[in-house]
Write a protein that binds this ligand. Structure first.
Ligand code: NAP
Length: 382
């Protein structure tokens, strides 16, 4: 029985993680659960799974939860509560499914507490990949990818030596606007941006997919997870999202991981690896129905956010933290209707241009660069 702490339980990944736990009660037990403000979803989860510790984003939500729940367990709140939920008890695994940079601290504390991390929260590795990977080595804990692309690569690699790998090939669906020209992108709406052609995900990552920043964050995440230089990471446009990613070896062989676009598959594998479990209620891939798979070379001038992510990754130090922080704020501004779609990349570019990266930064330096980037993006509004 694997004991699990889950943070971000009411989000797209969180709900699907609970679905996996629900389908295998003999294998997994939920110990601690954390969510933000979605009380209706959260209270149902609490009543069903009866976790021994709960944390929410604020005092008022904590009060509502305490009033409504039918058993006794501590209900914490705020960043402190989020961290407590991450490190709680003798859980074997933390599933980090919160959105954004707030996921970094719980990851670091859970590593210190000796817990393996199933990492969906990509902003953690983008912001402080050097610190997270170094700490996980020091404490002997595993960083297990949840993102479908990294899970695919992890499964293809299957422990193969880095020296035998010539390239990691991340596939990208291209997001909601993949068939639009840059001219056509000038007037797109939030509603259109939220319609992903293949995946049903949270709002921020859906916008990141449309700008291709999501793939950029994944490139940086891949560098840290698989210890690969950027020269050996490639992105390929593959609209069907059937091949989740590939590994090319020095002899020219390419191993690919295929499946339906169902996030429960990589989530379940992250929980059960190295074993595989039956996926209850999942569609099987019927290649005869798919018929043909298509691939296109990535156009880095069309998808500028991806180009910026490679540049920030190569610059290293605090640059990826600035890329991520500026993007988080710009995407929120877009979702609030305050800036246009194309201004997301303009704002991120401005933040990167005005930042001089610090190499091999401490955690404090990373957090300070993150904070400064968030403030500077807000000034671009005026
Ligand atoms: N969705 C996918 O298919 C997918 C695929 C690969 C990777 N990822 C990555 O996984 C992460 C989560 O994505 P998602 O799409 O699941 O996001 P999401 O649907 O927006 O969910 C985010 C979760 O974080 C919680 N949260 C937000 N602020 C919080 C706070 N201050 N304290 C505690 N909890 C807080 C939210 O709670 P409330 O909703 O209750 O406020 C929600 O449970 C992201 O880093 C994303 O890039 C997602």
């Amino acid at each position: 029985m694997k004991k699990i702490n889950l943070i971000g339980s009411t989000g797209s990944i969180g709900i699907q993680t609970l679905d996996v736990i629900r389908s295998h009660p003999e294998k997994f037990k939920l110990e601690a659960l954390s969510f933000g403000r979605n009380f209706e979803e959260g209270i149902q989860q609490i009543e069903e799974f009866k976790p021994a510790l709960i944390s929410v984003s604020s005092d008022d939500i904590a009060g509502k939860v305490k009033k409504e729940m039918t058993y006794t367990a501590p209900v914490l709140y705020g960043q402190e509560g989020l961290v407590e939920a991450a490190v709680y008890g003798d859980a074997d695994l933390l599933v980090n499914a919160v959105m954004g940079r707030i996921g970094l601290e719980p990851t670091l504390k859970a590593i210190e507490a000796g817990k393996n991390i199933a990492i969906a929260n990509k902003e953690t590795l983008v912001t402080a990949g050097h610190i997270v990977t170094e700490m996980s080595r020091k404490h002997g804990v595993k960083l297990i990818p949840v993102d479908s692309e990294h899970s695919a690569i992890d499964q293809c690699l299957h422990g193969d030596s880095e020296k035998e790998v010539s390239k990691l090939i991340l596939t990208a669906s291209g997001g909601s606007f993949r068939d639009l020209s840059r001219k056509e992108l000038e007037n797109v709406t939030v509603k259109d941006a939220l319609k992903h052609p293949n995946w049903n995900m949270g709002a921020k990552i859906t916008i990141d997919s449309a700008t291709m920043m999501n793939k950029g964050l994944e490139v940086i995440e891949a560098k840290w997870l698989f210890n690969m230089p950027y020269e050996k990471i490639d992105v390929l446009l593959h609209k069907e999202s059937i091949i989740h990613s590939m590994v090319e070896y020095i002899d020219g062989s390419i191993l690919a991981h295929l499946g339906t676009p169902d996030m429960r598959v990589p989530i379940q594998y992250a929980l059960s690896e190295p074993d595989r479990l039956d996926l209850k209620g999942g569609d099987r891939l019927k290649l005869w129905e798919v018929g043909a798979l298509h691939f296109e070379k990535m156009d880095y001038d069309r998808f500028r956010c991806l180009k910026m992510a490679f540049e920030a990754g190569r610059a290293g130090g605090t640059a990826p933290a600035v890329l991520n922080a500026a993007n988080e704020v710009a995407v929120s501004l877009f979702l609030e209707g305050k800036i246009s779609f194309l201004e997301i990349e303009t704002f991120v570019e401005k933040a990167l241009d005005s930042h001089t990266p610090i190499s091999n930064p401490s955690l404090e330096e990373v957090l300070s660069a993150d904070k400064a980037a968030r403030s500077s993006v807000l000034t671009y509004l005026n």
